[in-house]
Design a protein around this ligand. Structure first.
Ligand code: NAP
Ligand code: MG
Length: 497
């Protein structure tokens, strides 16, 4: 990794895109603006426009017109794939810019953006770039007097609303399959992290994508987001964010047309470590990464650690040692492994949950405070031990570096505790008992189950939540299919010659 001075220098000098990106160009608007804050220092970075309903209306109008013209939706599928592949090349060529902008406004450690987020974004794009000409419909077995086939066609305009925790990846997980399938896109990034989404749309045009097919509007959720979700010309809303807003999206959508809706929402994912765990060290590493990676601001964070009583104490001892290796600080320092929370409000909310955990009687085994030696919105890695499932810290998504440890005595209890949640996004099981693992994996209520690993997989793996964690799938071929609609064509054949 290059030194902090290199990254800081880039952060101070690289141009930051500004304005909405509509019809292939940056658009400035007057009126309200949103301040972009550096969460590592609490200082202002710049301002972006705050779209009212009129800008969203304009962007959707452009996207909708492009659908009508067929300039993208009816162009050769391979040509669509080539544009997306070129887009991935362009991001790769500007990887440092993407990494720095992402670290600057989201407070992510530069090592995570350089080695994780940006290469993952490129890989995600390439996965979808390879798919357009693999998309197939089907012919069905029908009577000799009939030819019946099912076409897979684009939906039209897709509205994507994404959060700030993995800005470029969340944007790509929605926009790439939607574009690959021939749709037009209007994307609303989170107000805190607009830059890489704008660059993505700008580079799409530079890669040969037609202007107006991929647009980005900046603005707050309750204005721009709501306008997008209620616009009758939008055929689908693809949302990633909190369960609270996911419910609102459902409500808005039901108020306009019967548009499709996919929701990737919150989680409270369990990591279960059984008494026969084969590699305790790997499980401890996964527990640290799962709880404190991205400062715990991860939808599938392993925020509940469910430990078998036989290994509980040994595990906790090693876990506590490893937590001491976490280095908080300036995200541009390549040795820093944990950055700040996204905002002062997030920091306040997390500290309030910690206060509640103490009040409920869980044992604070590590952290519990803001890291006062640093100016930004930092909270120290926090561990609550001896908790039970009735406590708020075991039930609610904290979305910060706080892990709740629960003790169990067998596999059945582990599954019961894992399922004692309104969420069902992901889970992990650490055990070498194949029978038990299969039974537990089948019984756990979650969209994704990892065995003897955590947060593993690649773009081939469909990712989505059960229960209050959402509906629909990101990643995988399933994601591509979800941006198409079937059309059933039934042809009565004439009488035989
Ligand atoms: P959030 O508050 O729900 O916001 C997500 C997006 O929705 C933002 O762009 C936000 O815009 C917008 N929004 C807010 N209120 C809205 C409204 N009334 N109508 C329409 N849009 C609205 O979530 P967040 O704090 O950014 O992100 C954290 C959450 O995302 C966590 O719950 C996490 O678990 C979840 N998440 C889930 C996944 C997954 O794949 N399941 C992945 C990542 C994150 P503004 O913020 O700009 O107002
Ligand atoms: Mg927000």
């Amino acid at each position: 990794m290059k030194p902090a001075s290199h990254w800081r220098g880039l952060a101070d000098t690289l141009p930051r895109p500004s304005g909405h990106f509509i019809d292939g160009a940056y658009v400035q608007t007057g009126g309200e603006t949103i301040e972009i804050i550096d969460p590592a220092h609490g200082s202002a970075l710049s301002r972006t426009p705050d779209a009212g309903a009129d800008i969203v209306d304009h962007a959707v109008g452009i996207a909708s017109a492009r659908c009508g013209e067929g300039i993208w939706s009816r162009c050769s599928p391979r040509a669509r794939g080539e544009v997306l592949w070129k887009l991935a090349d362009l991001i790769e060529a500007e990887a440092e810019r993407f990494a720095v902008l992402e670290s600057l406004c989201a407070g992510k450690p530069i090592r995570d953006t350089v080695m994780g987020e940006i290469p993952q974004a490129v890989a995600a794009l390439r996965f979808f770039a390879e798919l357009p000409d693999k998309l197939r419909g089907e012919t069905t077995a029908s009577d000799a007097s009939v030819l019946h086939y099912v076409l897979r066609q684009p939906l039209g305009v897709v509205g994507a609303i994404v959060p700030w925790n993995f800005p470029i990846n969340m944007a790509i997980w929605k926009a790439a399959p939607a574009l690959a399938a021939g749709n037009s896109v209007v994307l609303k990034p989170a107000e805190q992290t607009p830059w890489t989404a704008l660059l993505l749309a700008e580079l799409f045009v530079r890669a040969g994508g037609p202007a107006g097919v991929f647009n980005v509007v900046l603005g707050r959720g309750d204005t721009a987001g709501q306008a997008l979700a209620t616009d009758p010309r939008v055929a689908k809303i693809a949302f990633t964010g909190s369960t609270r807003v996911g419910r609102l999206i459902h409500f808005y959508v039901s108020q306009s047309t019967l548009k499709a809706v996919a929701l990737e929402c919150g989680g409270k994912s369990p990591q279960i470590v059984m008494d026969d765990v084969a590699d305790m060290e790997a499980a401890v590493d996964a527990a640290v990464f799962g709880a404190f990676g991205n400062a715990g601001q991860v939808c599938n964070a392993g925020s509940r650690l469910i430990l078998h009583e036989a290994i509980h104490d040994a595990f906790m001892e090693r876990f506590s040692e490893k937590i001491r290796d976490i280095r908080m600080g300036d995200p541009f320092d390549p040795d820093v492994t944990m950055g700040p929370l996204i905002s002062g409000a997030a920091q306040k909310r997390v500290l309030e949950m910690i206060r509640l955990g103490r009040q409920e009687g869980a044992r604070l085994a590590a952290g519990g405070e803001r890291a006062t030696e640093l100016n930004g919105y930092f909270v120290a890695p926090t561990v609550f031990a001896d908790a039970d499932s009735s406590m708020a810290i075991a039930r609610e998504e904290i979305f910060g570096p706080v892990v709740t440890v629960l003790r169990v005595s067998d596999a059945a209890e582990a599954v019961r505790v894992a399922n004692a949640s309104c969420y069902g996004l992901a889970a992990a099981i650490w055990s070498r008992d194949l029978d038990a693992v299969h039974r537990m994996a089948a019984a756990i209520e979650a969209g994704v189950v990892w065995v003897n690993c955590f947060d593993a997989g690649d773009m081939t793996q469909p990712f989505g939540g059960w229960k209050e964690s959402g509906k629909g799938w990101d990643k995988g071929v399933d994601a591509l299919m979800s941006y198409t609609q079937p059309k059933s064509v039934w042809i009565a054949l004439g009488a035989r010659p």
